[in-house]
Design a protein around this ligand. Structure first.
Ligand code: SF4
Ligand code: SF4
Length: 317
């Protein structure tokens, strides 16, 4: 457990202080630049809504504002352009990367993709635009189960399409594979997980994936991540899917209603999420069934967390 600014647990209206708390704590900013995905994987909440017939892009002003605020603190950590979208299906992707790279020369710009549209020419252009990393998540063909040989074959096919080779790194039979595809100027990771068995229930939206054992573990996501979706909505973490009405109560607010991304991050709702998620204890929805970062917390760490909360005079300490 790293030392945390106590200000993370209370709302902060002071811009300078909010900026400093964000700068010290956030290591990953996720901006969903578009809504479209060409797939409907049954273990993904995209399968529950229509994200196929139209592409809603994040408002230009919202995107520029996120970049301007991050530029103001010299942000040099991770910036992702994906959430529940397929970024390669957005014709403005390259332009977004150019803008992000211009404002954030030291940030690591990345996104996740299903790889269906990826070509060598496209990857060369994206690398030249300033993209640092792409992780291709290999999904089984529609209606097909996860199968090791089919996954490896798909990774090798993708590598050939990119004029390169697939270098396998991790293989857990019938569950997980990971590797890389060497390509000039950009890191290309490949992963595959049998999401039907090991996926997440996305805050209860996918009950087939709800685990038998409820969660007690704390969660670091609303501390380290700052997430904005294609509608400009600030979310507490990447597990929340604002397209689904069941998740409407978990939306933090519209980014445009906050004076800055820093004050959105230090707002009362996000401070409450952090207070709620700091101690190992039974969680309520949507965290009660979430397996993202779920783990056993050693007794010494639990005691340390309780002492920290008590020191701050916060409930549960
Ligand atoms: S898992 Fe990825 S590829 Fe599949 S529907 Fe969801 S966003 Fe699209
Ligand atoms: S426990 Fe899961 S749903 Fe809750 S904040 Fe963490 S990642 Fe999000």
């Amino acid at each position: 457990m790293h030392p945390l600014p106590p200000e993370l647990f209370v709302p902060i209206a002071d811009e300078t202080m909010a900026r400093e708390v964000f700068r010290r704590t956030v290591s990953e900013v996720q901006v969903e630049i578009s809504s479209f995905c060409n797939r409907r994987c049954p273990y993904c909440p995209v399968s529950l809504v229509d994200r196929h017939s139209a592409n809603h892009r994040i408002d230009d002003g919202t995107f520029e504002r996120i970049l301007a605020d991050l530029a103001a603190i010299g942000y040099d950590r991770r910036v992702g352009l994906s959430l529940y979208n397929e970024p390669l299906g957005d014709p403005r992707l390259e332009e977004r990367i150019v803008r992000a790279r211009r404002d954030l020369p030291r940030a690591l710009i990345y996104f996740y993709s299903n790889g269906d549209y990826l070509t060598a020419e496209m990857l060369t252009r994206l690398a030249a635009a300033g993209l640092d990393e792409i992780t291709v998540s290999i999904h089984p063909a529609p209606g097909k189960p996860y199968a090791d040989t089919a996954i490896t074959r798909r990774a090798e096919q993708l590598a050939r399409r990119l004029g390169s080779r697939y270098e396998a790194e991790i293989h857990v039979p019938d569950a997980f594979q990971a590797g890389r595809i060497p390509f000039p100027g950009i890191r290309v990771h490949v992963t595959a997980l049998d999401y039907r068995k090991h996926g997440q229930d996305r805050g209860g939206l996918l009950p087939d994936l709800t685990p038998a054992r409820p969660r007690r573990a704390p969660c670091s996501r609303p501390f380290t991540n700052f997430v904005v979706d294609n509608a400009g909505l600030v979310l507490p973490c990447c597990q929340i899917f604002s397209d689904h009405p069941e998740h409407a109560p978990y939306i933090v607010g519209r980014l445009e209603d906050f004076p800055s991304i820093f004050q959105a991050y230090c707002s009362a709702p996000l401070a409450a999420w952090r207070r709620d998620l700091f101690l190992p204890e039974p969680r309520r929805a949507p965290c009660a069934t979430c397996t993202d970062g779920d783990r056993e917390v050693p007794a010494e760490e639990a005691a340390l967390r309780a002492r920290f909360m008590a020191m701050l005079g916060l409930p549960g300490g």
